[in-house]
Design a protein around this ligand. Structure first.
Ligand code: 2YJ
Length: 294
């Protein structure tokens, strides 16, 4: 993930773009539902049973104005309880853990994680982003089984996305401005690759863009469906005109998916999670969370 700026995330806290409405109109699902799908959890999981603390981190390049408050807003938006710690860094982490929260969210220049205090595991934002945006593409396309899907960008998010999309039944091709990177991911993940990014983009209408580079509108096929976590936003007006759908946000889908993945760790460990009244309990059976009615 490229380092975000305060400007990139200036709309997140207020949800000025109305992300839920936009997502529902193209995928049929809101951010919370996409995030639950990304973690393999059913929609009826009661996220209000989970308490999050966000720790501002000053190390390295320092705090990004509004970053911690934006994460706090995202956690609340999907129905979790959340607050920003009053202390930063190690003191903030200790404050969070000692206050008994379930999940501690924090980022420095290299890692962006949701730490599960019960299991001692870290859900990583890059994986959350790949998961969340793969679900967005699948839902926007009405399913991916047997469909050709292009992943642009052979970094960590692109690599994970190639694996996830393949597991969703897509026929995946990876491309990158550094062809050897795409070839390496293709070999590791059992997918195809194309050397020429332009040719790859022009020959696909289902695209997950995990690169920060610009993709000229002239390359885009009419009616394309594009899921694009890459920051900064890669597309121009011509691309917006040609594509049917371009889903992009700077922080929300990846962070919400990272949070639900952290929640899933608790469910895996305990086998149970509180459900809203009348919906029974959840039991972890064979790796799948299955709803059991009383
Ligand atoms: O707490 C803060 O305000 C800052 N320390 C947030 C820093 C956010 N970090 C980034 O944007 C990094 N580029 C994240 C890199 C993750 C790599 N997967």
């Amino acid at each position: 993930m490229t380092r975000l700026t305060s400007e990139d995330i200036s709309n997140v806290e207020s949800d000025a773009i109305g992300l839920d409405d936009r997502l529902v109109s193209v995928t049929g699902h809101d951010v919370r539902t996409i995030a639950l799908e990304a973690a393999g959890l059913p929609q009826c999981v009661d996220l209000s049973g989970f308490q999050v603390a966000v720790v501002p981190i000053t190390s390295g390049l320092g705090e990004i104005g509004g970053f911690a408050r934006s994460l706090d807003a995202i956690a609340r938006h999907i129905g979790m309880r959340s607050h920003v710690t009053s202390a930063t860094d190690v003191s903030g982490f200790a404050e969070a853990v000692e206050s008994g929260v379930d999940i501690v969210m924090m980022a420095d220049d290299d890692r962006f994680i949701a730490y599960n205090t019960l299991t001692g595991t870290c859900a990583d934002n890059a994986l959350g982003t790949a998961m969340g945006y793969s679900v967005v593409l699948r839902d926007a396309a009405g399913g991916l089984r047997g469909s050709d899907v292009l992943v642009v960008g052979a970094g960590f998010v692109g690599t994970q996305a190639a694996r996830i999309l393949r597991s969703m039944g897509a026929v995946v091709t990876v491309t990158d401005i550094v062809p050897s990177k795409a070839a390496a991911v293709a070999a590791a993940e059992g997918v195809a690759y194309m050397d020429d990014v332009r040719e790859a983009v022009s020959s696909h209408w289902l695209i997950l863009n995990a690169s920060p580079g610009e993709i000229p509108g002239e390359w885009i096929r009419e009616g394309s469906i594009i899921s694009s976590p890459g920051v900064p936003f890669s597309f121009d007006d011509e691309a917006m005109r040609r594509a049917d759908v371009i889903v992009h946000d700077p922080l929300e889908i990846g962070s919400a998916s990272m949070l639900t993945m952290a929640v899933a760790e608790t469910i895996r460990k305990t086998g149970r999670v509180n459900m809203p009244l009348g919906l029974g309990t959840h039991s972890n059976m064979g790796g799948h969370v299955v709803a059991m009615h009383r």
